[in-house]
Design a protein around this ligand. Structure first.
Ligand SMILES: Nc1ncnc2c1ncn2[C@@H]1O[C@H](COP(=O)(O)OP(=O)(O)OP(=O)(O)O)[C@@H](O)[C@H]1O
Length: 773
């Protein structure tokens, strides 16, 4: 139940009182904005001062660094001075960054200083307190809070409490208060546009307004209207494994982003944005969400797609992407049985078991050569490895081998520094090269000519053998691809040939990436990044269990949050979230794990959500948010030419009303064909996996590139039975429908798919009537 405060009904007696409330609140808004303006001015001045100071310190630093360092004493003195200057520069940069962030925060507050107010009576107190809640905290010169940050412990009352007794967790433990009033505002350009008193957790009226807006290039933050169940995810600090199964449009992505903002706020000293990684479904998505954290005054976390992550690790190979795999699967209608096996955690465990029992003669070492010389033969390397105790774990044995080889290389270099070819080379050096080889070691450092010659000789030989050093350092003395082939031979012999054949073309299948990297990392003891503290994986249904396992292995210290929707599993059949939880609990052994379900869908109108629900056999659990709109429209055309005409007509109509209209196809081939057919008569943009940004207007894209995105209106170009007949296409159809916010148009050439024919007729309109039932 919420009470709407009428702002302008003078004839109603009660409204006069309410008008007073309005004018009180408006006065406060004006007052707070004036304060913000003052603070902004001061902060701008400080920022300019910090900038000037930094540039003067930097200039000084450059001059000092240039000072002649010929004499050793001078050199030491200069070093100390340069170090001091360096520290000063970094301190200045830090101050400047803090001020820059403050400016951004104040800029956001100026747009809308707050969105909520709570009146509370604390336990044992006589006087009630009034708190205003916004995107950041702000105090006046007497340190009174003008605004409380939405992430402050006390602000959780706003999101979780209905009027009456409420508890919240403060640093001192659980606190009880009496919540007397909860008020919501929409403030724009210094004016209160809307004001509600509500007894709900966060009232529907404001949410209606937010969700009814047109979509744009960027996702918005949802701090003003976070729902209770989303708040649970955002403020969870107890669990190191959090799995969120949320229906399409339930706010999973929104929750992740607000959660990151929350975590950054509560761990200011121990956590920074670079220690958080988000795996996102595609590049468009990365761009789409890139404004949410800055709008909350925070820096963006690191973002990467799975394809980018693997591509970086397999330099020189063409790594199959999930999208390639999806297209291939469509073309062949088959999912390689061996892929399915490679995608299990069991397979990853087989990798580990293989290494545990790997006899030393089975290690696939490789020769390390320069153009004219084999520096270490694979037999020599194998001998070093074999000479180490069998009982050593494989990674340690490998590391010891590497260290021994590096030592041997150093000996080789030392032994050669006085070789004839080296002395000849020294004699041939011109002045410039001579001095550059000496580097920091000035002539005066060497008391005898011989020492100088030794040093120069060492440098010359070192340069020659640098590639070998690099190869040792980067573990290139093992042929990891042959090693993996050996593993396949034992674990999955039927997959061996396909792997080696692809490798000949410098390609690797997606299903091999995680097990191969795991093999490499376990063998070489590398590959882990222990600096990352939080790992978020959106669209978890697109990851195999083996990939999830590997990512957690890579980011070993990170707390893991997985979010997804099993109904939107386009690429493979997903384990149910509870099964996944059980599997991960057993294999990752988290301290505290939690599975949360979000069943309320916010993105679409009530009508679109009802239609989407009906497409699924178990769609009943999905709850629609009550935002009214048009029924989804099914347009049935007698042939493909008529369908194309309808597509053009509908696109043009929708473009008149909306900014973002998408035609979403099952796959790339279909999108390309349509792109060709639509031609230039209907301006549109065909989106590819390389695109980072969605243009305005009409876009045409395959379903997997639309993942995580949303559009004002969506058109599905052909929902005929021919296109959507197999059970695996049901998820595709559902996912496409779920991208629409306000309107959904389904075109069908002749008979529509059974999935639609089974939907109750009251849930959609048909433009050209045919007998459906
Ligand atoms: N509490 C909220 N207040 C306002 N808007 C919300 C809220 N929760 C979700 N939304 C809006 O609903 C839409 C869907 O949210 P989001 O993309 O986070 O959902 P999702 O679960 O990740 O969706 P999907 O899995 O379908 O990609 C977005 O426009 C988001 O802004």
């Amino acid at each position: 139940m919420f009470v709407l405060i009428l702002l302008s009904t003078k004839s109603w007696k009660g409204a006069v009182v309410l008008d007073k409330e309005y004018s009180f609140e408006q006065k406060r808004v004006t007052h707070v904005l004036a304060q913000i303006k003052n603070i902004l001015q001061k902060t701008r001045q400080e920022y300019r001062k910090a900038q000037a100071e930094r540039s003067s310190v930097e200039k000084n630093y450059v001059q000092n660094a240039k000072i002649n360092t010929f004499e050793v004493d001078d050199q030491m003195e200069t070093n100390a001075e340069v170090q001091q200057q360096k520290q000063l520069v970094s301190k200045n940069i830090e101050t400047e960054q803090i001020l820059k962030r403050q400016l951004a925060v104040l800029g956001e507050l100026q747009k809308s200083p707050y969105f909520g107010r709570i009146d509370i009576l604390e336990d044992g107190e006589k006087e009630q307190e009034t708190l205003y809640i916004g995107t950041a905290s702000l105090t006046d010169q007497n340190n009174n809070f003008l605004i409380y940050d939405w992430r402050a412990p006390i602000s959780s009352i706003y999101y979780n409490g209905t009027l009456g007794a409420v508890t919240y967790t403060s640093p001192q433990g659980k606190q009880q208060v009496d919540l007397l009033k909860k008020r919501q505002f929409t403030i724009k350009d210094g004016q209160i546009k809307n004001m509600f008193d509500t007894n709900e957790t966060v009232g529907d009226a404001l949410l209606q307004e937010m969700l009814g807006q047109a979509g744009d290039e960027y996702m918005k933050n949802i701090v003003a209207t976070i729902q209770q169940e989303q708040n649970d995810i955002i403020r969870d600090t107890r669990h190191d494994l959090l799995i969120v199964q949320g229906v399409a449009g339930s706010g999973k992505t929104s929750a992740i982003l607000q959660r990151i903002a929350f975590l950054l706020y509560h761990n200011r000293t121990a956590l920074n944005a670079d220690q958080i990684v988000l795996f996102s479904p595609n590049r468009l998505f990365s761009h789409y969400i890139s404004e949410v954290l800055p709008s909350l005054g925070e820096r963006n976390m690191r973002q990467v797609t799975l394809a980018e992550f693997f591509a970086q690790r397999f330099e020189g190979l063409e790594v199959e992407t999930l999208f390639d795999h999806f297209e291939k699967q469509h073309a062949t209608h088959a999912w390689q049985a061996t892929d399915t096996q490679k995608e299990t955690i069991h397979f990853m465990q087989k990798v580990k078991a293989y290494l545990l029992n790997l006899p030393s003669q089975n290690l696939c070492f490789t020769d390390l050569m320069l153009a004219d010389e084999v520096v270490f033969t694979k037999e020599e390397i194998a001998q070093v490895y074999a000479s180490l105790p069998n009982a050593l774990p494989v990674a340690l044995r490998f590391a010891d081998t590497k260290n021994i080889l590096i030592k041997q290389l150093k000996h080789k270099i030392l032994a050669q520094r006085n070789a004839d070819w080296v002395l000849r080379r020294i004699n041939e050096l011109d002045d410039e090269h001579y001095h550059s080889l000496l580097g920091d070691y000035q002539r005066s450092r060497f008391e005898q000519l011989k020492s100088e010659e030794d040093y120069l000789g060492y440098q010359i030989v070192l340069k020659k053998y640098q590639p070998i050093y690099d190869a040792l350092y980067n573990d290139y003395f093992i042929d990891i691809y042959r090693q993996y082939t050996d593993f396949l031979e034992q674990a999955l012999p039927q997959a061996r040939t396909a792997f080696t054949e692809l490798l000949e073309f410098h390609k690797i299948a997606l299903a091999d990436c995680a097990p191969l990297l795991y093999l490499r990392d376990l063998l070489t003891g590398t590959g882990q990044n222990r600096n990352i503290q939080y790992l978020f994986i959106d669209e978890m249904q697109d990851y195999s269990a083996a990939q999830l396992f590997y990512l957690k292995y890579t980011f070993a210290n990170a707390k893991l949050t997985l979010l997804g929707d099993s109904e939107q599993a386009l690429f493979r059949k997903m384990q149910s979230p509870s099964e996944l939880m059980e599997t991960l609990k057993h294999t990752l052994s988290p301290k505290n794990a939690r599975l949360i379900e979000l069943n309320k869908s916010y993105r679409a109108t009530k009508q679109i959500t009802a239609f989407m629900k009906a497409l699924l056999p178990d769609g009943e659990r999905i709850q629609a948010f009550t935002r009214p709109g048009k029924l989804p429209e099914l347009v049935i055309a007698p042939d493909s030419t008529a369908t194309l005409t309808e597509l053009r007509r509908k696109s043009a109509q929708l473009l008149q009303k909306y900014e973002t209209v998408a035609i979403i196809t099952r796959n790339l081939q279909e999108a390309q064909q349509l792109h060709f057919k639509l031609g230039s008569a209907q301006p549109h943009t065909l989106i590819s996996a390389k695109d980072r940004q969605l243009p305005q207007g009409l876009v045409l894209l395959p379903v997997y590139l639309a993942k995580g995105l949303e559009f004002d209106a969506v058109i599905i170009p052909d929902v005929s039975q021919k296109q959507y007949s197999s059970e695996s296409t049901r998820g595709i159809l559902y996912t496409i429908c779920s991208r629409a916010m306000h309107e959904l148009i389904l075109l069908s050439t002749e008979t529509p798919t059974d999935f639609i024919r089974q939907v109750p007729a009251s849930l959609f309109s048909i433009e050209r009537q045919v007998k459906l039932h």
